[in-house]
Design a protein around this ligand. Sequence first.
Ligand code: IMP
Ligand code: MG
Length: 184
Amino acid sequence: MDAADMGNDLAEVLISEQQLNDKLDEMAADIDRDYRGKEVLLVGVLNGAVMVMADLSRRLHTHCTMDWMAVSSYGSGTKSSGVVRILKDLSADVMGKHVLIVEDIIDSGLTLSWLIKNLASREPASLRVATMLRKPDAAKAHVEVAYCGFDIPNKFVVGYGLDYAGKYRNLPFIGTLAPHVYRS
Ligand code: IMP
Ligand code: MG
């Protein structure tokens, strides 16, 4: 999918595919440097983190395994509810492992701060967070982020894994939607 397929649903491109790719190179280099000689367990948060996980993991020289969790704090709207439910748990134990949570976006931080507490209680050797996007002005919970792609304004964004009502995840860039999309 590209901008042309969006017609007039796309308001603006916030972060281009090239910018995402350059940032992924930087993030992977930072992770390789920090985890040298170790094996890392990448924990992707479904569904949004699928793109970041695929693109970041393929850039790593560090040996890694991958696992996935699905949590829910959002309906199909654009506001965080703060209520977190585990829809799918990890398939294996993380005790003694170097866990790196891979996220698409930190908005209020409520989901992730809950997830960090939950995973920390399982006694991993280490626990860090990598996210492609963060909205500093939307923060309601403090989350320590080791690897952050871009700090963005407090706007609802789609693309690169992020959806509105389930759609637009397959856009290769990050963009905002025209107001009429939210009304229809
Ligand atoms: P938080 O708990 O508010 O930090 O955000 C939880 C989840 O809401 C994120 O992992 C995303 O899946 C989703 N989300 C937050 N902001 C946006 C956005 O701007 N566009 C699409 N999804 C979002
Ligand atoms: Mg997410």
